[in-house]
Design a protein around this ligand. Structure first.
Ligand SMILES: [Zn+2]
Length: 560
């Protein structure tokens, strides 16, 4: 009896294996493509789907082949890029870092004359544009459009390289792309990791920014079509493309003005001309009772905002895609391509003006050290807005009135006098190392002395979940300690080996975002600076605002 059961089990097992072999044989792309479960897709009603016809132009990237049933896998992507590089004289490639699953993060460099060298690019007199794809793994159209853009720059769009350099990171989060998850392998969100750089993926992007100093940045994403919108407003997304430039306190006014007038207006015209409906970027939380809709946030740790604080013109470009699987993939990729090419053409047309504008913005930040005030924290302005959405059944336009959080008008909630720099005790070298990876110059104090400082006395410390305009309970829970501090003036001893981060450098506003402790993005709030517990009698954050030029000698610090 037992033996027969075993034979039965064995037969059943062999039968299952045979079925699996047949299933694999029927899915030729499965081993190459990203891991992805089509049964979890949102399937639009036919009337909604009909609103989004495929463009006629063919796009010759792996996921857009006819009969394709999966996204481009990692190996397919590297093969595609390798073959392209072999025949594209203006294209070079190099790994920008490794992901947590040890995948190279490729950086593709288009330049005339061709080079991998950041110094050569900086010296060729052309602005550099950085296109980032797939910080979020489950937003494939941006990554696919990055491949399509590389194909164009290797072919019919070559001539634009006489005016601009183009860097492409098609997969900033290659593990997420392969596993079809938003976050990295450890569940972190790369697009909230630009200041802290807990992840190797975030550090790789930080190094690219630091080395190549792009003048223009495009961060490519996709937004959810149904989830939240259906539950809150009985509607689904109608816009093809949502765009937003940097909206962060302390952004150079000239960068903000050029982002709107020089870039957004003609970008919007290009999307109109191509037949893509567009709007400002917006999101809403996963709390179904919260019906507020927010523009992209005003905190400095996203790619869009940190690029702005790096004095670049920076655009978030999101397409209608999350949850759709492969539906409308050609249209989604084409809409990214139209946006990318419009931004590249605007940069090419205004190359000299953009280089001058950014040099001025950097010089202004350098000159501002020790003068005036900066904004430590600010909030978007509440208002109302009407969004165009779709009836989920009939596909008819459905205007939806919403409470709106307007990131174009930031109300400062905390401002402070801008110091000359920040002093960190030698014990905080790990925090200084994070800044160095971002491209910040850090100095080592080379003697003993005294300094006029302001120190942060901790007045309140509350551990809380990190707030976000998305507020998704499925995201990795990031706990921060929200600090309230009181500034105290003091004259304190400075010791050889302490670290000094001067603000008379182009990344002055990035440094302030990291080191002023009272925001949830700060190094202190995220445990990247050590500070005493709330019951400790010495309740000071271990970073000091230096309020007059440092009198102690310093030398360059080469890091940990
Ligand atoms: Zn995204």
């Amino acid at each position: 009896m037992l033996a027969r059961d075993r034979i039965g089990d064995l037969t059943a097992s062999l039968a299952r294996s045979a079925v699996m072999v047949v299933v694999f044989a029927m899915m030729p792309c499965r081993p190459a493509g990203a891991i992805y479960d089509p049964s979890k897709n949102y399937v639009e009603s036919p009337a909604v789907a009909a609103r989004f016809p495929d463009p006629a132009t063919p796009i010759a990237t792996p996921a857009l082949r006819a009969d394709r049933r999966n996204f481009t896998g990692y190996a397919e992507m590297t093969k595609f890029l390798g073959e392209l590089a072999a025949r594209a004289p203006d294209m070079r490639m190099q790994p920008a870092g490794q992901s947590q699953e040890d995948r190279d993060i490729p950086l593709v460099i288009f330049a005339r004359p061709p080079t991998r060298s950041a110094a050569e690019l900086a010296a060729n007199g052309k602005p550099t544009i950085l296109v980032i794809g797939q910080q979020h793994g489950n937003e494939p159209a941006g990554g696919e459009a990055a491949l399509a853009l590389a194909l164009q720059l290797a072919g019919e769009r070559r001539a634009v390289l006489d005016r601009v350099n183009v860097l492409i990171v098609p997969r900033a989060n290659p593990d997420g792309a392969q596993n079809y998850t938003r976050g990295t392998l450890n569940g972190f969100d790369v697009n909230r990791d630009h200041l802290l750089q807990w992840t190797p993926e975030g550090r790789a992007l930080g190094r690219i920014f630091a080395a190549y100093q792009p003048a223009v940045v495009i961060d490519s994403h996709e937004f959810g079509v149904k989830t939240r919108w259906f539950e809150k407003f009985d509607a689904v997304q109608r816009y093809d493309v949502l765009i937003q430039y940097a909206t962060v306190p302390n952004l150079a006014p000239a960068i903000a003005e050029a982002s709107e007038k020089m870039f957004r207006v003609p970008l919007a015209r290009a999307l109109d001309a191509a037949g893509f409906a567009h709007s400002w970027y917006f999101a809403t939380s996963y709390d179904m009772n919260d019906r507020k809709v927010s523009m992209g946030g005003v905190v400095p740790d996203t790619g869009r905002n940190i690029a702005g604080l790096r004095n670049a013109i920076s655009f978030l470009v999101e397409t209608r895609g999350v949850g759709l699987g492969l539906a409308h993939m050609r249209r989604r990729v084409e809409s990214h391509l139209v946006a990318n090419n419009a931004i590249i053409d605007i940069t090419a047309r205004n190359a000299a003006a953009i280089l001058a504008l950014e040099k001025r913005a950097r010089d202004d930040v350098v000159a501002a050290a020790g003068k005036g005030e900066f904004v430590v924290a600010g909030v978007a302005t509440p208002g109302r807005n009407t969004l165009l959405m779709l009836d989920p059944e009939t596909g008819a336009d459905k205007p939806v009135e919403v409470d709106w959080s307007n990131a174009l008008e930031i109300r400062p909630t905390l401002t402070r006098v801008r110091p000359y720099g920040y002093l960190l005790p030698a014990s905080q070298a790990a925090a200084a190392e994070r800044l160095r990876n971002l491209g910040v110059t850090v100095l080592r104090v080379d003697g003993d002395g005294m300094a006029d400082v302001e120190r942060f006395r901790i007045d309140g410390a509350v551990v809380a979940k990190k707030d976000d305009v998305r507020r998704n309970d499925e995201d990795e829970v990031v706990k921060v300690v929200n600090l309230t501090t009181v500034i105290e003036k003091a004259t304190l001893p400075v010791r050889a080996g302490d670290l000094y981060v001067p603000l008379d450098q182009p990344l002055g506003n990035v440094i302030a975002a990291a080191l002023e402790p009272d925001t949830q993005s700060s190094y202190a709030a995220n445990y990247a600076l050590t500070f005493p517990g709330p019951r400790d009698p010495d309740r000071y954050v271990r970073v000091y605002r230096v309020m007059s030029p440092l009198r102690t000698p310093t030398a360059p610090w080469s890091g940990l």
